[in-house]
Structure formats: C-alpha cells, structure tokens
Design a protein around this ligand. Structure first.
Ligand code: 8YV
Length: 316
C-alpha cells in the first residue's frame, strides 16, 4: 500500500502541520537523494528550508513532476532549469505579506530604539542604575521611510509606516503610479531614496539585479542617522560593506531578518557590533501564517503530483 503513494523528497524535519497534511498522501524521502539520485522514481520535491534545486538535481531525479516551495521567495530554485525540463514550481504568495511586514516594522522600531542592545544591558551586571542620558535612539513617527521593492510586502510595510505618520518614498523596477496617490507614496531614484530616507527598508526579491544591491557606494549615500532594515534576502546587501559601515558608525544602524551567509559564521565581525539587530529569518514565522503556507504548499504539491495545474505556480 505504502509503495503506491507518490514519492516526494523533502528537506525535513518538516513542521507537524505539514506532516499532517501530507499524511497518507505521499511517502517522504530524505533530501540526500537529490545528490545521489534514487533507484525508485521520485515524483516530487518539497523545498522547506531554501536548499538548492537546480538542473543537475532535476537531472538526477528525472521523474519529478513538481517542485513545491514552502515560502514565496524562490531564489534557491533555478526556475529556468525547471522550466527547461517542464517541471512546474509552486510557491506561497500573498499569505505571508502581513506577517513579513509586521516583522519589518518590528525590526525598524527595535533598531531605532536600540531594543536588543537595551535588553542585553538590562540583563547585564553593568545595569546598576537608571540614567536618562543613555541609549538615545531615533524617532520613527514623522520620519521618512524609503522602501526598495513596492510589491505585496512593500505595500504592507508602507501602510504600517503611514499609520506611524511617516512619509513613504519608494523605488521599484516599475514605477507604481497607481499606488502613489492611494497610499500615498513618492517615487524616487535609487540614489535619491538612499540620501532622503531615515529608514531604508529592503523588500525586493533576490535576483541577479538585486544581488549586492546595497554595497559600500549605497551605504555612503545614506544619512549618518539612518537605519537599514532587510526583510528580503541577505545577499541583497554586501555583508562586508555593511559591517564596515556599521563599525565606522557611517550609518546609525541596521536591523536584519536575513544575512549572507545565513547563519553568519560564529565569531563574524557583524555579530560583535552593538548597532545591528539580527533576527534568525523570522519574517513569516507566526503560527497563523505558517499554517496558511503549509496548506498552500501542500495544495501545490498534490496538484503537481496528479498532473493538475498548480494553484500558485511561479512564472519563470
Ligand atoms: C519562509 C521566506 O520562512 O517566503 C519566503 O520567501 O523567506 C520565509 O517566509 C521560508 O520560505 C521557509 O523556509
């Protein structure tokens, strides 16, 4: 009976909610088979934790009918390679926008008000008395937020910023005049945005164009009082350039949900700095959002396994 189930390779251990949805519907096999190939023909790949799926992987597993990704970002999946082999790729757009924007704002406020640093200080032996002169931060309300990437998540960030009485400026591959009046938001060139914003928030997908998008030259354009927030992908920022800019106090600080590499090697210089707040990639990590992601990614997987169109197929 077990042998009649479709065979799916996944990079587990998968969350219980996903296992529950897959129970009795597929047989799960370990990710190591993507490196060795498998004697049993594999029907699908379930990508959970951002491991690479490329042409060589698909060639070792020629029976694969679908790649389903738990998450919206698919930079770890070579879409052109999948398309060339006729393998549809599914993802989970829309359901994680609110949670990810909430995280962006959490980081913005935490970085601006030095929350992680304050937490460390509060717990330390050094905190012996309250001093109104210490740990002054930057204000969020009334400030200018510059959003790179005015897609679904960027728009959700903008709405939160407006509720904080911030002015929203943005830069996007395609100017979004439709949103400029409705949000409102003002379009600026990349350079203008960097020089204008008090908070620079990265919400772009990782592509060839956005890899290393924020490097030494871009950081040099930012205000000395500005905070960089990254809820996109670590590689959108040049890690060495950011580390140098923070160490030299060229900008006020950074608040990162993602890093390159991820995790940073223990002992990395960035981890020694007090003007950076780092979260371990928690953008969509809420109980409710992760449940929706589980349902959507399993629906994509099961559709692909049965040769049906995926409810949410990534366009390559
Ligand atoms: C997920 C993400 O945590 O959706 C994305 O692109 O980066 C995150 O929300 C991730 O995909 C799960 O591994």
């Amino acid at each position: 009976m077990q042998n009649s189930l479709p065979l799916v390779i996944a990079d587990g251990p998968l969350a219980p909610a996903i296992l529950e949805l897959l129970d009795g519907r597929v047989e799960l096999l370990p990710w190591e088979l993507t490196a060795t190939g498998s004697e049993r023909p594999i029907d699908g790949i379930y990508s959970y934790g951002h491991l690479t799926v490329d042409g060589p992987v698909l060639d070792r597993l020629p029976g694969v009918k679908v790649v389903s990704n738990y998450g919206v970002g698919v930079d770890h999946i070579h879409l052109a390679d999948a398309a060339a082999r006729g393998v549809p790729v599914g993802n989970t757009p829309g359901v994680l926008d609110g949670a990810t924007a909430d995280m962006g704002f959490t980081l913005l406020l935490a970085g601006a008000r030095r929350l992680a640093e304050g937490d460390r200080y509060s717990r330390s032996d050094g905190f012996t008395h309250y001093d109104p002169g210490y740990m002054l931060g930057q204000e969020a309300h009334g400030a200018v937020i510059g959003i790179f990437g005015m897609g679904r998540i960027g728009q959700q960030v903008a709405r939160r910023a407006l509720a904080f009485d911030m002015q929203v400026v943005y830069h996007n591959r395609r100017r979004r005049e439709d949103l400029e009046a409705s949000l409102p938001a003002r379009y600026l060139s990349k350079e203008e945005l960097l020089a204008t914003a008090d908070y620079v928030m990265l919400c772009t997908p990782l592509t060839a164009e956005t890899t290393g998008y924020i490097g030494a030259a871009e950081l040099a354009l930012m205000k000395p009082t500005a905070l960089l927030v990254n809820i996109a992908r670590g590689a959108v920022v040049d890690t060495d350039a950011l580390t140098n800019a923070l160490a030299e106090r060229q900008i006020f600080g950074a608040a990162l949900d993602v890093t390159d590499p991820e995790p940073l090697p223990r002992g990395h210089r960035l981890l020694e700095l007090d003007n950076v707040t780092i979260a371990p990639h928690l953008g969509s990590a809420t109980v409710q959002t992760r449940q929706r992601m589980a349902e959507m990614s399993v629906a994509n997987l099961l559709a692909g396994l049965s040769g049906q169109p995926l409810p949410h197929q990534v366009q390559s």
